[in-house]
Design a protein around this ligand. Structure first.
Ligand SMILES: CCCCCCCCCCCCCC(=O)SCCNC(=O)CCNC(=O)[C@H](O)C(C)(C)COP(=O)(O)OP(=O)(O)OC[C@H]1O[C@@H](n2cnc3c(N)ncnc32)[C@H](O)[C@@H]1OP(=O)(O)O
Ligand SMILES: Cc1cc2nc3c(=O)[nH]c(=O)nc-3n(C[C@H](O)[C@H](O)[C@H](O)COP(=O)(O)OP(=O)(O)OC[C@H]3O[C@@H](n4cnc5c(N)ncnc54)[C@H](O)[C@@H]3O)c2cc1C
Length: 664
């Protein structure tokens, strides 16, 4: 018997080759095949079941996480998965765990900031998981201000050791994932002190727990910081606290690629920039951008599939009601998010390339592109996570009441996703870093130093400051050069206006603080330009498959024009476009929505998510939503008994009070 598919009609409407689109989404045929295989492997394994997760107590959830991590590791070993496949497997298991920090931060920190001797000593043990590590930077008193960290690492030349100490309550390490209950080791960030002199924050490898009994080593106080937002969600992670009471570690456990301490206690700064101490954060921010496209695609997939199944109003002559996806308001809320998922995917690909490039340069002692890599990773991490967090909530609303059910998958996705706006750098703090970079670039414009990379457009500031948009009809907005110039002109004009305002302050730092809300907007305009331009660049590539490129062009235009519509104030106020041209952009946007509509379901099918990974009744592939919702309701523990626990103690006395009242 053929499986029921409530979306079959929608799938037939698609105007492009779905298999080819899946490959574009995955980045290559090889990526597609790998990820498809690993996703199915996870989905078919009962240990990785997650539909009961939000019902578990914290302790049970944590134990379930340990069980899944151990099983994942066994699968990785047994199947001899490559590092790439192993990463995919962990991400499809879809449960935050200590392993994220071990593989995602502990190992990269040692790789990026350790010497080759340190690599040789620590990495083989870490790769075999004979030791498990975390990234212990943030403290109770300081997260954003890394230079304000208080933990000290004081060199003792007598013993050739560092003495690690937490001098105040606020110096307690607070938040590191994997620290609370699991990690045997940590890369700890502490102030390096030699000969009474403070040399700022550096990384140290510190053993926390015994490898035989898992007990904290002498002088170490360690534990979990407590429940976090939402049920299930990030509570599978043991975010921890850590205090040191004069804990001793050998000198060679300071990560010494950036700076060294000699046997005599002399501090030596190598010729690599001190910012490399922040290198792990740059790496992770880059991965967070790719992850944003996955999370956004997931929410959009659920909301799109459900919007095609859900019907409200408009029945004529007893016929079916209107699918809610056909309401223009639904389209204007949903399709820009669909377009954003694709846009973030492509900018994530590009950022990965940029990161690989900067890493190769750093190895060859070329540090010239580090500021650009920092600005791009910080800015795009901030912009994509903020958009995605808001979008998940918007998708919940797009699913009406059923979106609020836990089994829609959206509440947990939201709860697990929102800390990305805070961790790895608070989004506002990161945008201010981008703004500093932009203001520096503007200040150097007259000096003959040509801006390069993502700020190259500033080199054309003279033209962009006075150019006039030539749009006369709605369809003129479909020209890539018109869109690009409008975004470049807006970004450069906002940057230069801010730089001028800054110039009015006698103390630039006072000006920066006073104008910081405007500077954040400048940074966002710049980041949006990057995303638009990378989407346009993607379209320059040879993209095979019937109709695939055409769909991507439509999505690119939706992405750019919805931003233009949303930030019309910026575009008009800076004189890039007229209000009438803004209205034409909106007219074009409506036409584009109509073109997306028949392809919407196939465009989310292209993400190739399994029902297991989506974890949503509303988003399941076959669209059999109502039956599944009905069946699922009966599985709730409250329905285990017909009469609830507590009836006799609490309900019956209330219900029976009229008998007592009547007797009085
Ligand atoms: C598959 C793998 C999966 C992986 C998943 C992993 C799991 C995910 C789970 C994640 C769990 C979450 C895990 C976690 O949450 S881990 C904890 C994350 N913590 C943060 O992100 C803290 C955020 N704060 C900072 O980064 C710094 O303190 C900032 C940047 C704010 C200021 O800093 P500071 O006060 O020192 O700097 P300055 O402003 O005086 O600027 C001085 C100069 O330095 C340059 N500069 C600054 N920063 C960088 C940089 N990074 N690379 C290169 N350059 C940099 C800057 O441009 C300036 O240059 P110039 O203007 O002088 O030229
Ligand atoms: C789920 C989760 C996991 C984490 N995992 C880890 C981990 O594994 N390892 C680790 O070391 N850390 C971890 N962290 C800590 C995380 O990196 C920090 O919380 C983050 O960097 C933000 O710092 P903060 O908490 O000090 O925020 P704060 O800086 O105190 O932010 C509070 C408010 O102040 C504003 N603000 C701060 N500075 C400025 C400024 N200069 N200008 C304008 N506004 C400002 C912010 O925008 C924000 O609105 C984790 C955090 C979370 C939530």
């Amino acid at each position: 018997m053929e499986a029921l598919d409530y979306h079959a009609e929608e799938r037939r409407k698609a105007e492009f080759n779905l298999d080819e689109m899946k490959i574009v989404w995955a980045g290559s045929r090889r990526n597609y095949e790998l990820s498809d295989r690993v996703a199915r492997l996870v989905a078919s394994d009962p240990v990785f079941r997650k539909d009961n997760r939000t019902m578990l107590t914290r302790k049970d959830l944590f134990k379930d996480t340990l069980r899944k991590a151990a099983h994942a590791w066994k699968r990785i070993i047994d199947l001899r998965l490559s590092e790439e496949e192993a990463n995919m497997l962990r991400s499809y298991v879809d449960q935050p765990a200590f392993t994220d920090l071990h593989w995602g931060m502990f190992i990269p920190a040692i790789k990026g900031q350790g010497t080759s001797e340190q690599h040789e000593k620590w990495l083989p043990m870490a790769y075999k998981m004979q030791i498990i590590g975390c990234y212990a930077q943030t403290e109770l008193g300081h997260g954003s201000n890394v230079q304000g960290l208080e933990t000290t690492a004081t060199f003792d030349p007598q013993t050739d050791e560092f003495d690690l100490h937490s001098p105040t309550l606020t110096s307690s390490k607070w938040w590191p994932g994997g620290l609370g209950k699991v990690s045997t080791h940590a890369v700890v960030y502490a102030r390096l002190i030699t000969g009474g002199q403070d040399h700022g924050v550096h990384g140290f490898i510190v053993q926390l727990r015994g490898l035989d009994d898992h007990l904290p080593l002498p002088g170490i106080t360690v534990g979990d910081i407590g429940m976090k937002f939402g049920s299930g969600a990030y509570n599978s992670m043991d975010n921890g606290l850590l205090r040191f009471d004069h804990v001793r570690i050998p000198r060679n456990q300071m990560l010494m690629r950036v700076s060294q301490v000699t046997r005599e206690g002399k501090f030596v700064q190598s010729d690599v920039p001190r910012q490399l101490v922040y290198g792990t954060m740059v790496y992770v921010r880059q991965t967070i951008v790719s992850d944003a496209s996955c999370a956004l695609a997931r929410a959009v997939c659920i909301a799109t599939r459900y919007s095609a199944v859900r019907r409200q109003f408009g029945s004529q002559n007893g016929g079916p009601e209107i699918q809610v996806i056909d309401y223009k308001t639904q389209q204007s809320r949903l399709f820009p998010l669909l377009a954003s998922a694709y846009a973030f995917r492509f900018v994530g690909e590009w950022l990965k390339w940029l990161y690989t490039d900067v890493t190769q340069r750093l190895q060859a002692n070329d540090f010239s592109t580090l500021p650009e890599a920092h600005a791009c990773t910080a800015g795009l991490k901030s912009m994509t996570t903020s958009v995605t967090a808001d979008a998940i909530e918007e998708c919940r609303k797009l699913c009406g009441g059923h979106g609020y059910l836990s089994n829609s998958g959206l509440p947990e996705l939201f709860a697990v996703y929102i800390p990305t706006c805070t961790y790895e750098g608070d989004n506002v703090v990161l945008l201010l870093q981008v703004a500093r970079f932009l203001m520096k670039t503007v200040s150097q414009l007259g000096s003959g130093k040509k801006p390069v990379g993502t700020t190259a457009y500033m080199g054309r500031a003279e033209h962009l400051m006075q150019c006039r948009c030539e749009v006369e009809m709605a369809q003129d907005w479909l020209k890539p050069s018109t869109i690009l110039e409008a975004f470049e002109a807006r970004a450069v004009r906002m940057s230069i206006a801010c730089a001028k305002s800054l110039g009015k302050f006698s103390n630039p730092e006072d000006g920066f603080a006073e104008l910081s809300p405007d500077l954040v907007e400048v940074a966002i305009a710049h980041c949006q330009l990057i995303v638009v331009s990378k989407f346009l660049e993607k379209l320059q590539q040879d993209i095979p498959g019937k109709g695939v490129k055409r769909q991507l062009e439509i999505l690119c235009n939706v992405y750019a024009l919805h931003l233009l519509h949303k930030h019309l104030g910026d575009f008009v106020a800076t004189g890039c476009i007229t209000p009438n041209q803004g209205a034409l952009a909106n007219e074009q946007l409506r036409l584009l929505y109509a073109q997306v509509r028949p392809n919407a379901i196939a465009l989310v099918d292209a993400f190739n998510y399994t029902d297991h990974y989506l974890g949503s009744i509303l988003g399941c592939y076959d669209g059999n939503v109502y039956q599944k919702l009905y069946q699922e309701a009966w599985k709730d523990p409250l329905n285990d008994t017909v009469v609830p626990d507590g009836y006799l103690e609490y309900l019956r006395p209330i219900l029976k009070q009229h008998i007592r009242t009547a007797r009085l």
